[in-house]
Structure formats: C-alpha cells, structure tokens
Design a protein around this ligand. Sequence first.
Ligand code: HEM
Length: 428
Amino acid sequence: MTTSFAQSLRLRTMLLGFKAVTRPLAWRGDPMARILTAGRDTDPYPFYEDARALGDLSRSGLGLYVSASHRVSDSVLRDPRFGVDTRASLMDMKKMLLDSKGRRPIHPVDDSFIALDPPRHTRLRRTVAPWFTPRALRDLTPLVEKVVGEFLDEVEGRDQWELMDDFAARIPIRIICEMFGIPEIDYARFIRWGTVLGATLDGIRSAAELARVRAALVDLEAFFVDLLDGRRRNLGDDLVSSVIRAQSGSDEFLREDLLATCELLMMAGYETTLNLIGNAGLALLTHREARERVIASPSSADNAVEEVLRWDSSVQYTVRAAVEPVTLEGVDLPTGSLVVLLLAGANRDPDVFPHPDVLDLDRPNSRDHLSFSSGIHYCVGAGLARLEAAVGMRMLFERYPDLRISGPVVRRRSRNIRGALSIPVSPR
Ligand code: HEM
C-alpha cells in the first residue's frame, strides 16, 4: 500500500495549517497549544497548572475545552452525554489511512471498542473482561514473577544494561503473548509496532510517519489474521480462543471486531505499561527514600506503583465529545464539542492531592488518580498493569538494591504517552 501524492500533499497542508494555528497560540500562552507544541524534554506539569489557573474548564483557542480539574475530568468521563467518537472534529485516522484504492488496515484503537459508545462498546468489552478479574490476576501472579525473574537473570553480570528495552518493554509483551498463547516472541517486531503506533496517539506529524504507521498496521494485521486463522482451527484455553468463542456465533460481531479486539488488547497494554514500569523505575532510582522503603518492605511496591501512576502517569490525557448539548461548569457546549481531560493534570489537583508535586508513598488516596480513566471506559487491564509494575519493582530492587542511572535518560517524543526511550542502568 502506498500513500498517493494527493494524500501526502493534503496531509502536509493539514499539518502546516495545524502548526500555523498552534504555534502563535502557544506563544500567547494557550495551555493546550503549549502542550501540543512542547519539545521532547519539556516538563508538561507546569502547562497543566497554567490550564488549572484558567479555571476548572477553559476554552482553548484551538476550539477545544480543557480541564485539569479532578472533579470535572472524573464527572465528564462518567457522563453519558459525552462519548468517545471524536473523529468528526479531530484528525480522522481512519480516513488518513485509506490507500488510493480506498482500503485501509484495521487500527487497534480507532476500530476497537475503546473508540465505541454503548451499546456496542458494552457488548464487545464483555467478551474480554473475564480475563482481567482480580481472581484471574491472582492466578497469573506466579507467571509474572517467573517472567520478571528470567529477564533479571538475563542481565545478571552485565556492567550496564537498558531498563527500558531489556526489562520494562519485555514484561508486558511476554505476559500478553503468554495470555494469547503465542510461544515465539519477536521482541524487536513488537517494540517497533508499539513505538510507531504509540506515537500516533498525538496525531500524525508527517507523511513519512503516516507511511510508517500504515506499514506497522499492515504487519500487525497480517500477524493477527494468521494467528486467528490458526487458532480457529485449534481452539485452546488462551485469551485469543476465548475471544473467538465469545464473538463467533453472534451476528452482531464482525470479523473486523475480532481482529480489532485482539489488536487492542495487544497494543493498549503495551506502551502504557512499559512506560509505567519505566516511570516507576526512574522515580525509585531518583528518590532514595522511596527506593529504600521498597527494598525494606517489598509489599510497599504496590503503594509505590500507585503513587507513580498518580505522580507521573504514562497516559497524560484523553478526549470526549458531547453527544448532545451540555451545560458544563456554566458553559453551554453544543453537540460535538470536544473536552480534553488532562488526566495527569487532574492527578496533581491540589484540591484532591495535597502537595501534589511530591512523590509520597504514604499518600492515603493515591489510588484516586485518573491514569486509568474513569466511567465505562475505565482501563480493562488496570489490574494487570499494576501487577506487572509492582512485581517488576519489587524484584528489580530486591535483586539490585544499588542500581543506579549510568547514562543520559532519553525521553519519548510523544506528549500523550509519557515515559523514557532509554534509561541506562548499572548494578553498582
Ligand atoms: C499503565 C498501564 C495502563 C494505562 C496507564 C492505561 C490507561 C488506559 C486509559 C486511560 C484508558 C481509557 C481511555 C479513555 O477513557 O479514553 C484505557 C482503556 C483500556 N485499556 Fe488500558 N492502560 C494500561 C494498561 C492496559 C493493559 C495492560 C491492558 C490489557 C492488556 C489495557 C487494555 C485496555 C483496554 C482494552 C481499554 C479499553 C476499555 C474500554 O474502552 O472499555 N490497558 N487504558
């Protein structure tokens, strides 16, 4: 599949138009424009404070509404008058991916139930939920411990290794592949899919990026078509077989739903969780007292992970669109109005979290953060992500209590996914 010249020209024009609008707004201090134009190493938290200073709900010059208030964000996420279909007003990835013949690959986010409103959302979500119950996660714990132990064995004896690629990125890939019943794992391929697709949560920035995304999606789809074909012939007791059983035999689900559901489970838990593990590692490596707590009392790894989710979430914001006219905080929003909910800003709302910029493992309400969203789209995999990160931190610092950062930390370019691309570490 290739991008036609006309498409690429349209995209360039759109991007130039977008930059022409956002840059002057950012110079004038518009918080949302500043977030969207910020550089890789920019600390985003002051922008969220600026947004909060404008009120619990403010209007950006980009034509969006913005909130860094915990109360407003939580209430919008739980409000059935707001839906997830924001395509009419934002970049429509589905349209952008069309090739000259009008075909496009399945997109794990835009084609799956995370991007659907009820009732289809409810029906599709039900087909995967049993795999993420507290009981299912308890049964999974020994496997997570085994996998984390193996990765720590692999780096044993090395003077320096990479916390992201050697450890953080491998845990979520290996666990979801175990759940899917995939024995042979090509880590480099998964990391490529994750990095390319994760970056698109901010939107597409260039024609070259669009081509990379399309190639990654075609490859991802081919992988899942193969996997699903094989599994249909030989159903087992894995997550993929379970989704096939739950979705086949019902006219309401299509072949595309099955593909999109599996791709969503693979990708939604990947960049998010690896960056949670990376952010937790980085927080503990740079906060001596917190690290010593985790070493002295491994059960405090759970608190550490919860507080890192609040303090430095791997998902920074999400968007909702009004599906009917809504009055919110005294503002009349017409149908289709977009509200950007700055989840990471809400997590530092001083009305809910006193001294919000401080990483505090004793904070009694860390778990009230919105990093996993709220309402009907509350993250299905929240428990799995918590488990992987807590086991990861407990075992990492048990094995390497003197672990230290041994080179420059390189941040990701994404503004929505927050985390590091590289954290070189040394065991002594
Ligand atoms: C630190 C790790 C994770 C974070 C921060 C995270 C964050 C989120 C957020 C913010 C949403 C909702 C988006 C919205 O409301 O617009 C979401 C939904 C979702 N997440 Fe996660 N996630 C994580 C890990 C996982 C894992 C491990 C899985 C599964 C393997 C997963 C699967 C999903 C699915 C399927 C949805 C869609 C739920 C729905 O629409 O009903 N996530 N996640």
